[in-house]
Design a protein around this ligand. Structure first.
Ligand SMILES: NC(=O)c1ccc[n+]([C@@H]2O[C@H](COP(=O)([O-])OP(=O)(O)OC[C@H]3O[C@@H](n4cnc5c(N)ncnc54)[C@H](O)[C@@H]3O)[C@@H](O)[C@H]2O)c1
Length: 250
């Protein structure tokens, strides 16, 4: 039997990159997947691709940084597909900017999507998961475990996801809900292609945050997420699992 047969999985940011790869992987592992994204068209594309491969998926438009949107999409997905048992928080945004030039809007958006959005989705599914068990996998980043230049908001948001994950891991470990996070390094996704380093930035700054073995494919990180979310990861609680080409190892 496949890992996630008869399980309902919610994946945010599933219209692109890691979220799309994760939705596809969980569906191929037997889950019924709710494909959530701010970009409804992209969510529909992911769901259609999964269905055409014989998997089960349904697209939903959702803004994870908005309480009402989260509440509404979790309620709809639970009513359409059944009790959410898996949640993977992939939605994320960022930008490289000199901190002295950061704007309130950009700072608030990055914290709002990456940190508050991750919490709101956890908050939304927890009542369902407490009624029979569940697993949450958050997506942090190597940027949540180290300082990176030109990324103060992003580093702060991902550092927040790291300790949010530990806090929820401890709070719910004896109540049937496991919460963990992955911390990817550079991944070959649309996100990385849109971040230009600020003009005049030193090449060594970029080298310091890039593994000498290059980027991972999102499917590799999706495989790690699938393992953590499965029963094989039963004893993993509150962990931040790095797969980053060694960027944070020394
Ligand atoms: N790409 C990398 O190198 C890298 C490295 C480490 C961590 N990450 C993290 O991995 C996750 C996935 O990133 P990716 O590389 O696949 O990026 P991506 O840009 O390809 O995909 C992100 C998705 O999130 C969606 N999204 C943005 N704001 C949203 C919101 N408010 N509500 C719902 N959906 C929203 C976007 O529409 C998009 O489909 C992010 O959390 C990112 O921070 C990425």
């Amino acid at each position: 039997m496949a890992r996630f047969t008869d399980k309902v999985a919610l994946v945010t940011g599933a219209g692109s990159g890691l979220g799309r790869a994760t939705a596809t992987r969980l569906a191929s592992d037997g889950a019924q997947v709710a494909v959530l994204d701010l970009n409804e068209g992209a969510a529909k594309e992911t769901a259609a691709a999964i269905e055409s491969d014989g998997g089960s998926a349904r697209a939903y438009a959702a803004d994870v940084s908005d309480w009402a949107s989260v509440d509404s999409v979790v309620t709809s997905a639970a009513s359409d597909l059944g009790r959410p048992q898996l949640l993977v928080n992939c939605a994320g945004v960022g930008a490289f900017v000199r901190s002295e030039e950061e704007t309130f809007e950009s700072w608030s958006r990055i914290i709002g999507v990456n940190l508050t959005g991750t919490f709101l989705m956890c908050r939304g599914v927890l009542p369902h998961m407490l009624d029979g068990g569940g697993v949450i996998v958050n997506v942090a980043s190597n940027a949540g475990l180290m300082g990176q230049p030109y990324s103060a908001a992003y580093c702060a948001s991902k550092g927040g996801v790291v300790n949010l994950t530990r806090a929820l891991g401890v709070e719910y470990r004896a109540r049937g809900v496991r919460v963990n996070a992955i911390a990817p390094g550079g991944m070959n996704t649309p996100m990385i292609q849109t971040w230009g380093f600020p003009e005049g930035a030193k090449p060594e700054d970029f080298a310091a945050i890039t593994s000498p073995i290059g980027y991972a494919e999102p499917e590799e990180q999706a495989g790690l997420i699938s393992f953590i979310a499965s029963d094989e990861g039963r004893y993993m609680v509150g962990q931040i699992v790095s797969m980053d080409g060694g960027i944070t190892c020394g």
